[in-house]
Unconditional design. Structure first.
Length: 500
C-alpha cells in the first residue's frame, strides 16, 4: 500500500481534502513510494487560521516558556536524527552521512533559538530629556510562512521556524512536494516537546498553496529558499501584498585558485564542494577559476580524486554520492554535459551514462568534469544543481576577480592561496555575500547570517543569525515621562519628602 503524507494543522494530522496528490519517488529505484496531499486554498486558509488563533497566546508567552519547549525539541531531534536522516535518504536520495550532516546543521539554528533571550534584549536610554526615558523593544509579527526546497528538506525549514517561533510568531511551512516526510516528522517532534497546537503547521502542495500564502492577509512575512526565478516571483508577489520577504535564490559559486595555492588541498576542496550531495546545493562550487599555469595540474588532480567517488544508493554505507532527486532533473543536468563540447568546452569526465547494477531505473548520473569552459557556455551560465564542475582559465588574479564579479549570482565564493594579502584583497573586492579563504563552502555557523548578493537574494535580510531575529520581529520605540512622586497633588501621600 502506498504511503500517504498528509498535512499537519493545529497540532495534528489533517488528511488531504482536495483530492489532488503528487508522487514521491525513491531516487535510487525510480519507484513511486509515497503520495503527498496537495492543499487547496481552503486547506491553506485552515492552516493560517490555526496559526492565527495560536498566536493570541503564543505571542504573549514568556521567553522561558518558548525556550524550554525548544530545549526539549532539540533533545528529541538529537535522539531521532537517524530517523530524520533515513526519511531524507528515502525521498531525496542523498547518502545517510550527508543527511545526518543536514540534521546537524539544522540543530545549530535550534541551538541559537534556545538562546534567543540574548538577541531579544531591548535598549533603554534614561533621562534623554528631563524626566524622559526612551526604550526600544522587539515584538513578533504574527503568522509567518516558510517555503522550502527539495535539496535540504530538514535543514532549510530549521533555518526558519525555530527562530520564528522563539521570537513569538506562529509558523506555516510549505515544504517541497518532492520530499515532504521530514517536515511532518519535525511537526510531530515539536508537538511531543510541548509546542501548543497551531504554533507550527505544515501544508503540502504546488503553486496553488504557494500563491495563497503569498496573498493571504493574515501572513505577515514569507521566507523562501529556491531558484532565482521563483525567488524573484516570491519577492515581487509577497511584497505587493504588503509582506516582509526574504527570498534566497540560486547560485554559481566560484573557487579562485592562485598559482601559490596548495593544489592538493584545492583539488580535495573542489571535489567535495562540487560533488557532495550530488551537487544539489546552492553552496556547491560549480566553477573553478585557475589562475596562470596551474590549470593542467589542478584538473589532473581533480580528475584523479573524482574518479574514485563511489556512487550508489543513499542507504548503502559504502556510497559517497547518491542519485538525483527526479528523472527530469537528472536529464536536465545531463544535457549540460552532452552539449558542452559543442560550446567549446573540453569534456574531461562524462558521467551521463552512469548506472548502478540492480537499480537501473534510479535517477543516476556520474561525475562530470569540464575544462576550458567558455563564459558563454550554458554549463557556465546556468545553475546546474548537479555533479558537474566547470574549470575556467584566466591569466591573472585581476582577471579572475573580474570574471567572478561579472556573474549575475553572488551567493558564495572562495579563494585558495597562501598569500594573506591576496586573500584580504579578495574578500574586500569580490561581490558575493559569503566568502571562503581556503574554505570551499563558506556556509556561516548558526550565529552568523546566511545569504548572498545580486540575483542570489531578494529582500533586505539574510537568513538565521542576527538577521533572522530581526526579520521575525519588528521594532518599537517607547518614549516615557512619569511625574516625579514628590510632585503629587496636595492630599496624596506617597511617602516622598516635599523639600527636594
Amino acid at each position: 500500500m502506498t504511503k500517504i503524507v498528509n498535512h499537519w494543522i493545529g497540532g495534528k494530522t489533517a488528511e488531504g481534502a482536495s483530492g489532488t496528490y503528487g508522487p514521491v519517488t525513491d531516487p535510487a529505484t525510480g519507484e513511486v513510494t509515497t503520495k503527498v496531499a496537495f492543499a487547496s486554498v481552503e486547506e491553506v486558509d485552515a492552516a493560517v487560521a490555526a496559526a492565527k488563533d495560536a498566536f493570541t497566546a503564543w505571542g504573549r508567552s514568556s521567553l522561558a516558556q518558548r525556550t524550554s519547549i525548544l530545549f526539549r525539541f532539540r533533545a528529541l531531534l538529537d535522539e531521532r536524527r537517524d530517523d530524520i536522516a533515513a526519511l531524507i535518504t528515502a525521498e531525496h536520495g542523498k547518502v545517510h552521512s550527508d543527511a545526518l550532516g543536514e540534521v546537524a546543521r539544522g540543530l545549530e539554528i535550534v541551538d541559537l533559538a534556545c538562546g534567543i533571550s540574548v538577541q531579544l534584549k531591548g535598549e533603554l536610554s534614561t533621562q534623554v530629556a528631563s524626566g524622559v526615558d526612551v526604550a526600544a523593544i522587539r515584538q513578533p509579527l504574527g503568522v509567518v510562512a516558510g517555503i522550502t526546497p527539495f535539496n535540504f528538506p530538514a535543514m532549510v525549514p530549521m533555518w526558519m521556524f525555530p527562530l520564528a517561533i522563539a521570537c513569538g510568531n506562529t509558523f506555516v511551512l510549505k515544504p517541497s512536494e518532492k520530499d515532504p516526510s521530514a517536515a511532518v516528522l519535525l511537526g510531530e517532534l515539536l508537538a511531543e516537546a510541548g509546542l501548543p497546537d497551531g504554533v507550527f503547521n505544515v501544508v503540502h502542495g504546488d503553486k496553488v498553496a504557494v500563491d495563497r500564502l503569498l496573498e493571504h492577509p493574515d501572513v505577515k512575512a514569507v521566507s523562501f529558499v529556491g531558484s532565482t526565478p521563483i525567488a524573484r516571483y516570491i519577492h515581487t508577489t509577497a511584497s505587493a501584498n504588503g509582506k516582509r520577504v526574504q527570498a534566497l535564490g540560486g547560485a554559481k559559486n566560484h573557487m579562485l585558485v592562485l598559482p601559490d595555492a596548495d593544489l592538493d588541498a584545492a583539488a580535495d576542496a573542489a571535489v567535495s564542494a562540487a560533488y557532495g550531495s550530488a551537487g544539489e546545493r546552492c553552496m556547491a562550487i560549480s566553477a573553478v577559476v585557475a589562475v596562470g599555469s596551474i590549470g593542467d595540474e589542478l584538473v589532473r588532480k581533480i580528475r584523479e580524486r573524482a574518479e574514485k567517488i563511489k556512487i550508489g544508493p543513499g542507504n548503502d554505507p559504502t556510497s559517497e554520492m547518491g542519485p538525483l532527486i527526479t528523472k527530469v532533473h537528472r536529464d536536465k543536468v545531463a544535457s549540460y554535459v552532452s552539449g558542452a563540447a559543442d560550446e567549446g568546452a573540453e569534456v574531461v569526465l562524462d558521467g551521463t551514462g552512469y548506472t548502478v547494477d540492480g537499480h537501473e531505473n534510479g535517477h543516476w548520473i556520474g561525475i562530470s568534469l569540464l575544462d576550458k569552459v567558455p563564459t558563454g557556455a550554458k554549463a557556465y551560465q546556468d545553475e546546474i544543481f548537479g555533479p558537474v564542475l566547470s574549470v575556467l582559465r584566466v591569466d591573472t588574479y585581476e582577471d579572475g576577480v573580474a570574471l567572478i564579479n561579472a556573474s549575475p549570482f553572488g551567493n558564495g565564493t572562495a579563494i585558495f592561496t597562501r598569500d594573506g594579502g591576496a586573500a584580504r584583497r579578495f574578500q574586500l573586492e569580490i561581490e558575493a555575500g559569503m566568502v571562503g579563504v581556503n574554505v570551499p563552502i563558506p556556509v556561516p555557523v548558526g550565529y552568523h547570517s546566511f545569504g548572498g548578493w545580486k540575483d542570489s537574494l531578494f529582500g533586505d535580510h539574510h537568513i538565521y543569525g542576527n538577521d533572522g531575529t530581526h526579520f521575525y520581529t519588528r521594532g518599537k520605540v517607547v518614549t516615557t515621562r512619569w511625574p516625579d512622586p514628590a510632585d503629587a497633588p496636595a492630599g496624596v501621600d506617597l511617602g516622598f519628602p516635599r523639600n527636594h
